[in-house]
Write a protein that binds this ligand. Structure first.
Ligand code: PAF
Length: 281
C-alpha cells in the first residue's frame, strides 16, 4: 500500500492505474477504522481492480461545539488494517492541501440536508458535500462506496454526483452491526460500558417500530414508541425519529413506497444515528 499526502503523487499513481486499464474504487473515511469500514473496502475490492481509501477528518463538517478535536485519530492502526485488507493507496491529505489559504467554495445540495441530522447540525452536509466533491475530483474514481448507516449523507452524495455529472457510481453498503445489533460507528468509542449496554435500545426500538409499520400499525403510533423506549433505556435525548421516503427523504404519511426509518439520539458523550428499511407489502 502506498500512503500519499500530496496531490501530485496521488495523480501520478492514479494515472499509472488508468494507463494499465484498471478501474478505481474510492472508500472515503475519516479514519478510526472499524469492521464497518473494512466491509466497505472488501466490497470495493470486488468491484474494482484498484482501491483507494481516503482518511481525512474534515473540519468543515463539524460545528463549533462538535467533536472535531476529540474525534478519534489512529493513523498507525488504520494503516495496518488497510494493508491487511489489500488496499492499494491510502490518501491522507493534510488540511492545508485540502483547504489551502483562500479556499472559498461551498457545495450545498438544496432540500435534502434541511431536516433530520441537518436540522441539528447546520452546515454539516455542506461540509460533507464539499469534501466529497473534492475527493471525487482528486481521485476520479469509477465507483465510490459509502455506508448506509449515514443514510441522509448517502442520499445527498447521490444527488450531488448526479446533479454535477461527476461520473462516479455512488454505491451504498449495508450497515455493519455488533452481535447485539448496535451499528458499528467510530463514535461508539465514546460510550462507557454501561452506555454501550444501553445503546442497543436504539436498533431494537427501530426494529420494533419498522416491523409494526410494515404490519399495518399507524405510523405516528409506531414512531412514538421509539423515543420513550430510548429515554427509558438511558438515552439523554432524542433528536428525531422519522419515517421518510428512502430516496427523497420526504416524510411518509402512509407506507406506499420504500421507506426508511431514521433516528438520532444522545447517550453520554455520543450522538448515535441508525436507520432501517421499511417496505410496503
Ligand atoms: O462518512 C464519513 O466518514 C464522512 O462524512 C465522509 C464521507 C468521509 C466525508 O468526510
Amino acid at each position: 500500500m502506498q500512503t500519499i499526502h500530496d496531490r501530485a503523487a496521488l495523480t501520478a499513481i492514479l494515472n499509472s492505474f488508468r494507463a494499465a486499464g484498471e478501474n478505481v474504487a474510492l472508500v472515503p473515511t475519516m479514519g478510526a477504522l472499524h469492521d464497518g469500514h473494512l466491509a466497505l473496502v472488501a466490497d470495493a475490492k470486488m468491484r474494482a481492480a484498484r482501491v483507494v481509501v481516503s482518511i481525512f477528518v474534515n473540519p468543515k463538517q463539524f460545528g463549533p461545539n462538535e467533536d472535531f478535536d476529540a474525534y478519534p485519530r489512529r493513523a498507525e492502526a488504520d494503516s495496518a488494517k488497510l494493508i491487511a485488507a489489500g488496499v492499494d493507496v491510502l490518501w491522507m491529505p493534510p488540511v492545508d492541501e485540502m483547504y489551502p489559504a483562500g479556499f472559498a467554495t461551498n457545495i450545498r445540495v438544496e432540500g435534502l440536508p434541511d431536516r433530520l441530522c441537518g436540522a441539528a447540525r447546520p452546515g454539516h452536509f455542506d461540509g460533507v458535500a464539499t469534501v466529497v466533491a473534492k475527493l471525487f475530483n482528486q481521485v476520479r474514481p469509477d465507483i465510490a462506496i459509502f455506508g448506509e448507516k449515514d443514510w441522509q449523507q448517502l442520499a445527498i452524495i447521490r444527488r450531488m454526483a448526479a446533479d454535477l455529472d461527476l461520473g462516479v457510481e455512488v454505491v451504498g453498503f449495508p450497515t455493519q452491526r455488533e452481535e447485539d445489533g448496535l451499528a458499528l460507528s467510530s463514535r461508539n468509542a465514546y460510550l462507557t460500558p454501561d452506555e454501550r449496554a444501553a445503546a442497543v435500545a436504539l436498533p431494537r426500538a427501530l426494529e420494533q417500530a419498522a416491523r409494526a409499520v410494515e404490519g399495518g400499525e399507524e405510523i405516528s403510533a409506531a414512531l412514538a414508541a421509539v423515543p420513550s423506549a430510548l429515554l427509558k433505556a438511558g438515552f439523554s435525548s432524542v433528536d428525531y425519529v422519522e419515517l421518510v421516503a428512502a430516496d427523497t427523504l420526504i416524510p411518509l404519511e402512509k407506507l406506499d413506497r420504500p421507506g426508511r426509518l431514521l433516528a438520532a439520539a444522545r447517550i453520554g458523550k455520543a450522538r448515535l444515528i441508525d436507520n432501517l428499511a421499511v417496505l410496503p407489502n
